[in-house]
Design a protein around this ligand. Structure first.
Ligand code: FAD
Ligand code: SF4
Length: 465
């Protein structure tokens, strides 16, 4: 039997709303898809999962119609199953090495994970015996939330400091509602709070309180502030009104519900022609959001489709929604007197492979041309915001990514780090599941560190006596 996929909202409908594009399996289809799983005794799929979910076991429960049991299996290692089922790049992880990939088509592991999460009964949190040790976590994205949940289950008293008004990190302010509804994030965060985790919002570490001060109050710190400082192009005209970074544009829409203006009081420009620069997931989310606000949208990318870092599925959805792609093209300047009126572009060609394994884009001289537009959104990447570590020296590379040892401890004793803030030094990609994998690893390392510290303090005391 062939792989089953979830139904989606038709493209002509979905471009008029911010509701979820993918509609989820009906129970009978989930059972049918789950029954395709071979229940391998040595399941390759599990090795592809950075948090090692027992994939055959949860799929086995779905095949028997025991949806709640399936969710419980996933939650043993993953506290954000509804999130991961929706946004993880399974095609590059568990599904890529599912045994059935070679025989036809991989099991829809991600879609089944999402199904189990959506059909679970919200359970009461387990009773946890708390110990007298406190941990502070900076940032409430997937890395921080995962470390918090694991540490809380171990008995630690955990407080998350979040700079924004709502918890969730990029899940909340970056990934749009039509891919990841806030309702799903809220439910999963509520469960983490039930585990005893305290979340303090509007607490910008580095401004309100320093890491040094936090170290005096807490036994250990986990730094997970992400890498949300947007890159700019540094081209003429970039500071004209109606030029946004993707970060600002998406935050207005997702965190501040600007797409519901005037019901919510954050306005957003309803442009008639938008240019989005970039070729990653962020560019796709930006383009598809601008489209839903009623704009005609063109994505400009300096390489070809082959080198595009965005998930294939996102590019496909964007194309179905009528977004135009102008490839092998770059931006030279933004034109306009008092606001954006057009962009000047230049054509590119591909040269030799660079360090990233992709072919380098090279300018084709005298190939400039203009495109009229009234909004430009820059989605060319981001790097760490140095605010959290301001005034607290911690070793980092020139872009601000923190160095850690194998156990994710930074150069400052008792301060651990993970997620996107170490993305540029650890070599791992910037994905939700990698951030969660770091959160789990850091939780274990903090536990070991505190137990060893207690032992050495005890031994020192004995020696003194
Ligand atoms: P973040 O999610 O960035 O969370 C960090 C949190 O720390 C934020 O809430 C921030 O406000 C807070 N913070 C920062 N500084 C401070 C401070 N000084 N004090 C207090 N709090 C602070 N990955 C996928 O796997 N699949 C996708 O489909 C996908 N789509 C994406 C779409 C967009 C638009 C973006 C931007 C990213 C996407 N990613 C995707 C990447 C993924 O979201 C990130 O890799 C992941 O969220 C990183 O998690 P994190 O916990 O390290 O940091
Ligand atoms: Fe099932 Fe594929 Fe995992 Fe085997 S590798 S257990 S078929 S999901």
């Amino acid at each position: 039997m062939k792989r089953l996929n979830m139904p989606t909202q038709p493209s002509e409908e979905r471009i008029k709303n911010f509701e979820e594009v993918e509609l989820g399996f009906e129970p009978e289809d989930a059972i049918k898809e789950a029954r395709r799983c071979l229940q391998c005794t040595k399941p390759a799929c599990v090795h592809g999962c950075p948090v090692k979910i027992n994939i055959p076991k949860f799929i086995g429960h779905i095949a028997k119609g025991k949806f709640d049991k399936a969710a419980k299996v996933i939650k043993k290692t993953n506290n954000l199953p509804g999130v991961c089922g929706r946004v993880c790049p399974q095609e590059d992880q568990c599904e890529k090495i599912c045994i059935l990939t070679k025989k036809g088509s991989a099991i829809s592991i991600g879609q089944l994970e999402r199904f189990a999460a959506d059909h679970q009964k919200i359970e009461d949190a387990p009773l946890i015996n708390k110990i007298n040790k406190e941990i502070a976590i900076i940032g409430s994205g997937p890395a921080g939330l995962t470390a918090a949940a694991d540490l809380s289950i171990m008995g630690y008293q955990v407080t998350i400091y979040e700079g924004l008004q709502n918890a969730g990190g990029v899940l909340r302010y970056g990934i749009p509602e039509f891919r990841l509804p806030n309702k799903v994030i809220n439910e999963e965060i509520e469960y983490i709070k039930k585990l005893g985790v305290k979340i303090k919002t509007n607490q910008v570490v580095g401004r309100i309180v320093s890491i040094e001060e936090l170290q005096k109050q807490y036994n250990a710190i986990f730094l997970s502030p992400g890498a949300g400082l947007p890159h700019l192009m540094h081209i003429p005209g970039e500071s004209l009104p109606n030029v946004y970074t993707a970060n600002e544009f998406l935050t207005r829409i997702n965190l501040m519900s600007a797409y519901k203006f005037p019901e919510y009081n954050t306005p957003i420009k309803k442009a008639s022609k938008t240019i989005v620069i970039g070729g990653g997931n962020v560019a796709m989310d930006t383009a598809r959001s601008a489209k839903r606000l009623g704009s005609d949208v063109t994505v400009i990318y300096r390489r070809s489709f082959e080198e595009m870092p965005a998930r294939l599925e996102e590019v496909k959805h964007a194309q179905e929604e009528g977004i135009h792609f102008l490839l092998l093209t770059n931006l030279v300047r933004v034109l306009g007197e008092t606001k954006v009126e057009a962009v000047e572009c230049i054509q590119m060609m591909l040269g030799e492979e660079d360090g990233s394994g992709r072919r380098t884009p090279i300018i084709i001289e005298n190939s400039e041309f203009n495109i009229d537009c009234d909004q430009v959104i820059i989605a060319i990447g981001s790097s760490p915001n140095p605010l959290a570590t301001k005034n607290t020296p911690i070793d980092h590379n020139p872009q601000g990514y923190l160095f850690t040892n194998e156990e994710l401890m930074t150069s400052r004793e008792g301060v651990f780090a993970g997620g996107d803030i170490i993305g540029g030094t650890s070599g791992h990609g910037a994905t939700v599941i990698q951030a969660m994998g770091d959160g789990k690893k850091a939780a274990k390392a903090i536990d070991t560190f505190l137990k060893q510290k207690k032992l050495s303090e005890f031994e020192d005391k004995k020696e003194e006596e």
